[in-house]
Write a protein that binds this ligand. Structure first.
Ligand code: G3P
Ligand code: MG
Length: 250
């Protein structure tokens, strides 16, 4: 359960993406082995409606292919190498299906599923992810997040027992989400960008009896400062470093 996690909860952002290719089974397994409390991943749909885990709307940066994820079938996506952009050592890693991630680490670690249909907002991503969480009976070890409040409203209707975190864009673009959008919405947590957080913001969220999970924090001084302000969670590319910094690992 979200509230049973250690404070601050260390979320491995796209897995241990400092030491393995982001959003792959290798990066999620590594995060688990290193003692991260949770992983964060980016879910979106392939052209044939399968839930895959990849951050960008295109495959260009993180694979040896080209094209938009939403226009490629699962078989095309699965033929790509999602490891060697990071290092030769990871050649052969695939873009995972969300179901594979659930099967591989779902019983062992808490999972932040970010609903990232930002370029295809009318698709069935939220419905399909909710059905999959239900199928795997992972309601107690998942939180949904999204920059699109509409995804989270839909998830609240379909699977109310899974908590929701509202992502806020950094700077001016995220003002509404960090204030009225969050306060008047049904969210367990606010997910603001690192430079938008201050002690008053942390206190305001806590007065609402909710949590604040901050992204993406890789600098050791930032980790220590946020910890001293009492944030409830930190998304980091380097979970091992973060665990050390908050005094949970030598
Ligand atoms: O959930 C925190 C973070 O992942 C949001 O931004 O672009 O890395 O998905 P992004
Ligand atoms: Mg993300």
């Amino acid at each position: 359960m979200l509230n049973d996690l250690p404070k601050p909860t260390i979320f491995a952002h796209r897995g241990d993406s400092a030491h393995a290719p982001e959003n792959t089974l290798a990066s999620f397994k590594l995060a688990l082995a290193e003692g991260a409390d949770a992983i964060e991943l980016d879910a979106k749909l392939s052209a044939d409606g399968e839930i895959v885990v990849i951050h960008d709307p295109t495959v260009d940066r993180t694979t040896n292919g080209h094209g938009r994820v939403s226009q490629m079938n699962l078989s095309d996506l699965r033929s790509l190498d999602a490891g060697s952009f990071f290092s030769e050592k990871f050649r052969g890693e695939k873009i995972p299906l969300l179901s594979e991630v659930f099967e591989t680490v779902g019983r062992n670690i808490f999972i932040n599923v970010e609903l990232t249909n930002y370029s295809t907002p009318r698709d069935q991503l939220t419905e399909k992810v909710c059905a999959l969480v239900k199928k795997h009976a992972l309601e107690k070890s998942v939180i949904f997040s999204s920059f699109f409040a509409s995804n989270l409203t839909k998830a609240a209707r379909l699977l109310p027992e899974v908590p929701r975190g509202l992502l806020a864009m950094n700077g001016l673009l995220g003002v509404w989400a960090r204030s009225f959008g969050f306060s008047f919405g049904d969210y367990a947590a606010l997910h603001p960008y690192l430079t938008d957080v201050n002690p008053q913001q942390v206190q305001r969220v806590h007065r609402l009896k909710r949590r604040i999970h901050v992204w993406t924090v890789d600098n050791p001084d930032d980790i220590a400062r946020l910890h001293s302000w009492g944030v409830d969670g930190i998304f980091t590319d380097d979970p091992k470093l973060a665990l050390q910094k908050v005094g949970r690992q030598a």
